[in-house]
Ligand binder design. Structure first.
Ligand code: DC
Length: 217
């Protein structure tokens, strides 16, 4: 059977991962959270005290790093880092890491290989525009900054991180700016992607909207 790809792009907190995970379960396809891959590399670079300006060492680090998904969890060099990659310190640095050309090149190659071998739903910023431009289905999820910041604030609190709502909102706006204004593969809606505004919508409502469009799988 031919592999089917579903691309989900959008800014932080738009609900991409929650929704993509549920659709993957419903359709029995693989879910790949590409943001988690950028976060895992960020964690490794920070742990190793690598300067984000030192391209040579960054490349060496990439070459000697293993990133894998197993049963919905992300493993960095064989260790489950699901929790660690959500730390505020990672939130603060990940956009800078994601703008480094060699980081993008290596991760995009891994992502394309996964989609060649599996039917996938992949979420990120450049899936419909860069990673899988020929994806059969493309969606661009958005929500107001206020709603996205509220969702992230609740998520952080649930995981035991104390950050004020104002701080989270400021960080989200800052990340939006960096992600949309970076030179290489910035966050933007692919021309053929379907726009879904999740502001004020429940998860189930958004899932229904998307499932309706992909019912051919
Ligand atoms: O989706 P997220 O918030 O976990 O993503 C973390 C960061 O990684 C975000 O600031 C943008 C970047 N990213 C990217 O540049 N390209 C992707 N395909 C996925 C994420």
């Amino acid at each position: 059977m031919d592999k089917v790809s579903i691309a989900i792009d959008g800014p932080a907190g738009a609900g991409k991962s929650t929704i993509a995970k549920k659709i993957a379960e419903a359709k029995k396809i693989l879910y790949i959270d590409t943001g988690a891959m950028y976060r895992a590399i960020t964690l490794k670079l920070l742990n190793n005290n690598v300067s984000l300006k030192n391209n040579e060492v960054i490349l060496e680090t990439l070459e000697s790093t293993g990133i894998e998904f197993k049963e919905g969890s992300i493993y960095l060099d064989g260790i489950n880092v699901d929790q660690e990659i959500r730390r505020p310190e990672i939130n603060k640095n990940v956009s800078e890491v994601a703008a480094i050309p060699c980081v993008r090149k290596v991760l995009v190659n891994i992502q394309r290989k996964i989609a060649e071998n599996n039917s996938v739903i992949m979420d990120g910023r450049d899936i419909g525009t860069r990673v899988l431009p020929f994806a059969k289905y493309k969606f661009f999820l958005t929500a107001s900054v206020d709603e996205r910041a509220k969702r992230r604030y609740i998520e952080l609190k649930k995981n035991g991180y104390e950050q004020s709502y104002e701080e989270v909102a400021e960080e989200i706006s800052k990340r939006d700016k960096m992600d949309t204004e970076r030179k290489l593969d910035p966050l933007r809606k692919a021309e053929d992607a379907i726009l879904v505004d999740t502001t004020g919508k429940t998860i189930d409502e958004v899932i229904d909207t998307i499932i309706e469009k992909i019912d051919t799988i």
